[in-house]
Write a protein that binds this ligand. Structure first.
Ligand SMILES: [Zn+2]
Length: 289
């Protein structure tokens, strides 16, 4: 009895230590390193949670995935609330150029500006009940200073493309389907293992857990890759400006270079497709206009 209590105490202590490591890691590392670290810690944390709370023993991959998702979007959630207090960004020429695109003529949005180490970027936040009644597009100051007017238009139309195609809603719905599918699969597979292995939790079970967790991560990133390609397509269709589309992505690559690890690893560590592939696809779309 005492041994069981001690073991539970040790597991909780291990969970807390890993939690602190995750928070430190997600805040300090580059995007790529952060994601690799997050995959490893999420998997371990899911297993620990499933042992600490035995009623969730069969759902370790789901717990791992929930942990992964929380920390993946942790920064975005914080940014959502912080962005309401950000300084407004005024660029009449940019707004005027945007309004010349018929589909964007009546699109309601507010510009804001943010600073920091990830400021070579733009973030779009949909209207939020009680917080804001229109889309907010936040520009990083590095992006503002490094990009030309035409390149800013491409970035903006890409971000507006996410809004016009309702990607947040689509992503949430597909994510829900992935999680439901995984809950079902993990329950069925674990039940099979329990029946045939006649043991509560065996090595084979850990392997299944890991495979299901990886399938979940790949599923989530595939949804995100689809949304990125779709927003790129919208940006090219509306601006018909492939030259600045390419230079925009090349400039982003100077600050956040991406490496090709092969499709499976890429799908595990990148929430966005490789920049080179986006340029290649963009050129195909432009060719078919
Ligand atoms: Zn995007």
């Amino acid at each position: 009895m005492f041994q069981i209590i001690n073991l539970k105490g040790d597991l909780i202590a291990a969970f807390i230590v890993l939690l602190i490591c995750t928070i430190y890691y997600t805040r300090s590392k580059s995007f790529e390193g952060r994601n690799i670290g997050l995959v490893i810690t999420s998997f371990t944390q899911g297993l620990l949670l499933s042992v600490i709370f035995p009623i969730y023993l069969l759902y370790a991959p789901i717990l791992s995935l929930a942990y992964y998702l929380f920390f993946c979007y942790f920064g975005v959630i914080i940014f959502m609330f912080k962005s309401q207090k950000l300084e407004e960004y005024n660029d009449n020429k940019l707004v005027q150029t945007l309004r010349e695109i018929p589909e964007i003529k009546t699109f309601e949005f507010k510009f804001r500006k943010y600073t920091g180490k990830d400021s070579l970027n733009a973030i779009v936040i949909p209207p939020l009940p009680f917080i804001s009644n229109r889309y907010q597009i936040s520009f990083g100051d590095k992006l503002i200073s490094k990009f030309t007017m035409e390149e800013k238009v491409v970035v903006l139309v890409h971000e507006i493309g996410h809004a016009l195609k309702k990607h947040v809603l689509l992503k949430s719905f597909l994510l829900f389907l992935v999680l439901i599918g995984l809950i079902f699969l993990s329950f069925r597979l674990n039940l099979l293992v329990l029946t045939y292995a006649r043991s509560s939790f065996v090595l084979f079970d850990y392997i299944i857990t890991f495979i299901l967790f990886i399938i979940g991560i790949i599923g989530i990133n595939l949804i995100s890759w689809y949304a990125e390609y779709d927003a790129d397509k919208k940006a090219i269709q509306l601006t018909k400006d492939i030259k600045n589309f390419e230079s925009t992505l090349l400039k982003l690559g100077e600050d956040h270079p991406d490496k090709n690890y092969g499709i499976v690893i890429n799908l595990m560590v990148y929430t966005h497709p490789l920049l080179n592939n986006r340029i290649k696809k963009g050129k195909e779309i432009y060719g078919n206009l």
